[in-house]
Write a protein that binds this ligand. Sequence first.
Ligand code: CP3
Length: 356
Amino acid sequence: MNQASEIPAAAKRPSKRMLRALAGETLQSPPVWLMRQAGRYLPEYRALRAKAKGFLDLCYTPDFAVEVTLQPIRRFGFDAAILFSDILVVPHALGQQVWFEEGHGPRLEALEQADDLARLSKEGLHAALAPVYETIRRLGRELPAETTLIGFAGAPWTVASYMLEGGSSKDFATGKRWAYATPEALQSLIDLLVEATGDYLIAQVDAGAEVVQIFDSWAGVWPERHLRRWCLEPTKALVGRIRAERPGVPVIVFPRGAGVLYQTYAAECGADALGLDTTVPLGWAREVLQPKACLQGNLDPQLLVAGGQALRQGVADILEQLAAGPFVFNLGHGIVPETPPEHVAEMLAEIRAWRG
Ligand code: CP3
């Protein structure tokens, strides 16, 4: 199948493994990184977290954020490091109160009506996010030469959902009420987020991010018409802006839960790679999506908790189906805190031993 081990797709070949895969090359064993690879499953993260005043303090203190970004790279040698931060720094930088409560996840001072949007402003955006840019600049100096640095942001809808609900949600009732009853109000929030997120991602690239990933964790809650309007269109606008203003910087889009509309993302959103959630069928992804984009994913994070034969089988299924084309191994969603770090090491050994 994969006889000529490494097939260059572009004349100008990047040298880092992650960048080669994103440029359309098929590598003999695929590059690998994991969403939430820095975090509570690592004892060294928990130790540093205990020293910080809170989670946002960790994100906004370059000494901490650089160290936490590097922890999983030192331990496992992933092909890419993802900036340590959170998608909710954008609402925070727009002037909304954001805090993290132990055991509760994120809390925000919810936007209750269209008038509340007037409290948000892009004016202080770069000043508030300056420590994140500093973290990226330092990482550019401190990461191993072969490691790719990924910047990221939440997609406008996913970020808006937290801003409207005041935190995590089960039914997205407020966001949907805005979409269905006062769409012009949701549209102005989404438009603000498209602009602010675009500014933020471009500043990340200028600070040294080599790739950017857009997380639309809650794309999968909409009827088709609304997924197109609130998720696909804003994401397309962001990808288009990065393409136009910083050409050559690869973009990964993760529209979690998009189902068969992954096909629409592959055709229309303009991303270099699509992040697949755990439920996307592998054979379908290979046939329908991989001819159009590099794919990234999609091991069930719970297989990494379980370990053993179930984990080996899950890894082999993915490699058999997707590693014969442009592919980046990852999870289908973020790693969970219960994950034994030894299972990550076992997973990596399986992937690195893979020879098509
Ligand atoms: O991937 C990485 O290692 C980089 C850092 C990163 C974090 N959050 C750190 C984090 C990234 C890329 C994110 C993205 C993020 N944040 C998303 C999109 C991806 C996804 O998981 O769906 C979302 C929806 C958020 C919002 C958020 N941040 C939630 C819902 C929570 C609480 C849930 C949880 O896991 O605790 C957070 C907190 C958070 N973000 C933690 C970390 C390491 C845990 C905070 C802690 O240490 O107490």
